[in-house]
Design a binder for this molecule. Structure first.
Ligand code: ZN
Length: 287
C-alpha cells in the first residue's frame, strides 16, 4: 500500500507535468473506483488549469482554476502514468491504457501535450472534487492532525495530544487525529529509531523522548522520500502483483532477525496491536 513517502513521490512526479497545465481530452472509463466518480467529473475537469498540487496525509490535492480541488487517494494500487511511464516503483509495469486504466487526460503546457493516465487494479482508490475553500472542513480532512513534515508537528504537539493517554504509543501514532498520514511501517521504523517501546502507554512517554520521536519521524519519512518512496514485497500479488514496491526497512518485516542497533544482541519480535503487526526489538526498545 502506498504510504506517505510514496504519495509524496507521486506528487513530485506529477508537479512538473500538471502545474500550469490545462486539462484536455479527459476520459472516464467507468462510473466508480472505491466510490463513484464525482457528478459530471469529465465536464468539471475539462479545460481547467492546475494551479498547484499538494499532499495532505496520503491524499493528492490539485487546485484547479475553476475554484475546485481535485482530490485523489491512491488506495492500494492506484497509480498515475505520464506519457506511458509510471510514477513510483511497482512490482510490475502499469497496464498502459489497458482495462485497468480508469481515467486519462492530456495536460497542455506551452503547446506541449502530455498524456496522463490513472490505473487502479484493485480499485481501493478514489477521486473527489471539493470547493477549494471547503477542503479543510470536508469529512476526509476535518479531523486530521498535523502533517508530520509540516510546521505544526513537534514533540510539544505530541505531548499535548498524548497527555494522560493510556492507549499504546504505537496505536496512538496510527490515529490520524494525532498526526496525519503515518502508516504502520513508518510508525514501527520511527519507534525503533527512537528506541521507544511500542507497548508503552502514550501518556507515559517523557517530553524529551517525544521530541526525539518527532524528529525521528521526520527523518524516517524524509529518508524514504529521498529513496523514491519506500518499498515492500510482502503484501503484493493477491491480484497479479499490482502493488507498490517497498524496501529497506530496519525493523519492519524482520521478525526473528538480529537487531541492527550498535551493540544490541536483541532479536526482532512481531506482536499484533490494534489488528496490525508491530515489529520491534524487545532489548533496545524496553520502555
Ligand atoms: Zn535492539
Amino acid at each position: 500500500m502506498p504510504e506517505l513517502p510514496e504519495v509524496e513521490t507521486v506528487r513530485r512526479g506529477l508537479e512538473p507535468v500538471l502545474v500550469g497545465a490545462r486539462l484536455t481530452k479527459v476520459r472516464q472509463n467507468r462510473p466508480d473506483l472505491r466510490f463513484p466518480f464525482p457528478d459530471r467529473f469529465v465536464e468539471r475537469l475539462e479545460g481547467a488549469t492546475v494551479e498547484r498540487i499538494d499532499r495532505r496525509a496520503k491524499y493528492l490535492l490539485a487546485t484547479l482554476s475553476t475554484g475546485e480541488t481535485w482530490v485523489t487517494h491512491l488506495g492500494m494500487t492506484g497509480r498515475f502514468t505520464v506519457d506511458g511511464e509510471q510514477l513510483g516503483e511497482f512490482e510490475e509495469p502499469a497496464p498502459i491504457a489497458g482495462k485497468h486504466e480508469h481515467m486519462s487526460f492530456c495536460a497542455l503546457q506551452d503547446g506541449r501535450a502530455t498524456r496522463v493516465g490513472f490505473a487502479d487494479a484493485r480499485r481501493f482508490g478514489f477521486m473527489g472534487l471539493i470547493p477549494a475553500d471547503q477542503v479543510e472542513i470536508h469529512p476526509w480532512f476535518a479531523a486530521m492532525g498535523p502533517e508530520p513534515l509540516g510546521n505544526g508537528f513537534s514533540g510539544a504537539h505530541l505531548a499535548e495530544a498524548f497527555d494522560g493517554k493510556k492507549q499504546t504509543i504505537k496505536v496512538s501514532l496510527l490515529d490520524q487525529r494525532n498526526v496525519a498520514g503515518l502508516g504502520n511501517i513508518y510508525v514501527c521504523e520511527a519507534l525503533y529509531r527512537a528506541r521507544i517501546s511500542p507497548l508503552i502507554a502514550a501518556g507515559k512517554v517523557s517530553k524529551a523522548r517525544l521530541e526525539t520521536l518527532a524528529s525521528v519521524i521526520r527523518d524516517v519519512l524524509n529518508d524514504a522520500i529521498a529513496a523514491g518512496g519506500s518499498t515492500l514485497k510482502d503484501f503484493a500479488n493477491a491480484e497479479g502483483g499490482q502493488g507498490y514496491f517497498q524496501h529497506r526497512f530496519d525493523v519492519y518485516g524482520r521478525e526473528g532477525q538480529p537487531c541492527l542497533a550498535d551493540g544490541c544482541a536483541g532479536v526482532v519480535k512481531r506482536v499484533v496491536q490494534g489488528g496490525r503487526s508491530t515489529f520491534y526489538c524487545p532489548s533496545c526498545q524496553r520502555r
